[in-house]
Write a new protein. Sequence first.
Lengths: 318, 279
Amino acid sequence: MRHSSRDSWDNVNAIEIRQLRKTYDNGVEALKGIDLTVTEGDFFALLGPNGAGKTTAIGIMTSLVNKSSGTIKVFDHDLDAEREAAKSCIGVVPQEVNLNAYEQIQRIVVTQAGYYGVPRSLAVKRAEKYLKALRLWDKRRDIARNLSGGMKRRLMIARALMHEPRLLILDEPTAGVDIEIRRAMWEFMREINEAGVTIILTTHYLEEAESLCRNIAIIDEGRIIENDTMVNVIRKLQREVFVLTLSETIDRTPELDGFPVSLRNEHEIEVEVSKERSLNELFDALSSRSLHVSSMRTKTNRLEELFMRMVDDKRTTS
Amino acid sequence: MSVVGGSDFAPDVTPAPGQQSQSLLRINAIGLYTIVAKEISRVTRIWVQTLIPPAITMTLYFVIFGSLIGRRIGEMDGIPYTTFIAPGLIMMAVITNSFGNVVSSFFSSKLQMHLEEMLVAPLSYVTIVFGYVIGGVARGLTVAALVTVVAMFFTDLTLKHPLITLVVIVLTAMNFALAGLVNAIWATKFDDISIFPTFVLTPMTYLGGVFFSISLLGPIWQKLALINPVLYMVNAFRYGMLGVSDISIGVAFVIIVAFFIGLLTTALLLLRRGVGIRT
């Protein structure tokens, strides 16, 4: 691995956005002055409901959308003053499939490398490396049109990696991908992040963000409403609802001291645990009723619940 | 999914400030080669659509206007009619094919959104423009070569001024490749890429002296014909091949170069502002 240089990157911000605004020609104000910093090496989640401004922000970072005002620096390269240097550092996997449908897969990735100045001989080697890594090597002579939705997503990731960027922006990379491939893609993303690549991820699968990302920003109606570490954000969750499967058969809702409970069926109950209470207390309460838990899971994803609450709170306030 | 960690995967180190310009030059040189290779590969891959139809169309022109009607016309400006129209038909093929190649390639990549592959990359706008222009010129000149071979079956072609012939045909191809690019950048729907060729390019070409000398026109129409840039290109090319022209060669070159500068500037400005390609 070419990581001898990594020490010299310490304290460099992969992305530094200041007062970024975007108003479209139709008057829609997509971004209302956002500030965002992503440090190098981070795995960063950028979340928000549909139309919140995520894709606009990514579009501006990748030069596909004109900003109205504000500044963006990519590894200290100003996107206006040092456009080419800044763009060299970024690889992007867009939300919508934007492949040349009638082009061969191998040719697509080799051509993309050429746009970044990668010599053809090296591009051919990298094509093999990334197409194999993303399980597309056997399909290399097929045209993109013949690939499944999941394969197209993986091809776009391989294409974005061909110039080995320092920052990889993934806009809904696992949308429409089945669970097995999605998990494999997560593993792949973890590996490239561990190899030193900064990753900015937008996703609607909040489990994905919680599992992969160390830091998070939530954007809503063109404003950043939360920007913290994933751990701190999850801590803000005031309560969690767990689904418990019991070894015993029950016919009515058990009373557990201080824990709101509801009966799902004769083997399952839902228990709400507030931030102030511990799971030990819950298990003590269950034991006192002679109830034994055979399995346990959260009813909804924690981040999902928090996300919904933050967005709702923000909208209620405004 | 297979593992990339443990291999040599790692991001490139940002070049030192002094190395950056050289590095950008290299990026753009490889980028230009990549665009040109992609464009030429597209033309050769679909050669049945890109190279054969113009050759067939021009063969029909030679058969109908050259052999059948041309025999009754006799001479034009002292030259057998079939020979007179040959440079014009070659130029017509160059114009329509260099324009058509760029407009269809750029617009389809815009429509399928894979133009974004290029727009996110660190390529200069000059590189993108010249990549497409060279692709258009390559197709224009290939078709010109085919039409020239066809023409040789119908008439004896001469080359009075080879250098002028070469410069004019290349500049004309560049001009119309640029015009195709400007059209494709502006265009937002298929109608937009058919309006210009149908209502502007075709009339300009047919009235640009391909089939006749402007000396046949009345004084007012002769003056009006002079606003048509194709007239200068066809006549300069005819001068290069046959040594006859309705227009001064010096004036023709000034007009051709002026159009080139104007179209190049327009294409670069449109790309820089993101007209039709960025929201």
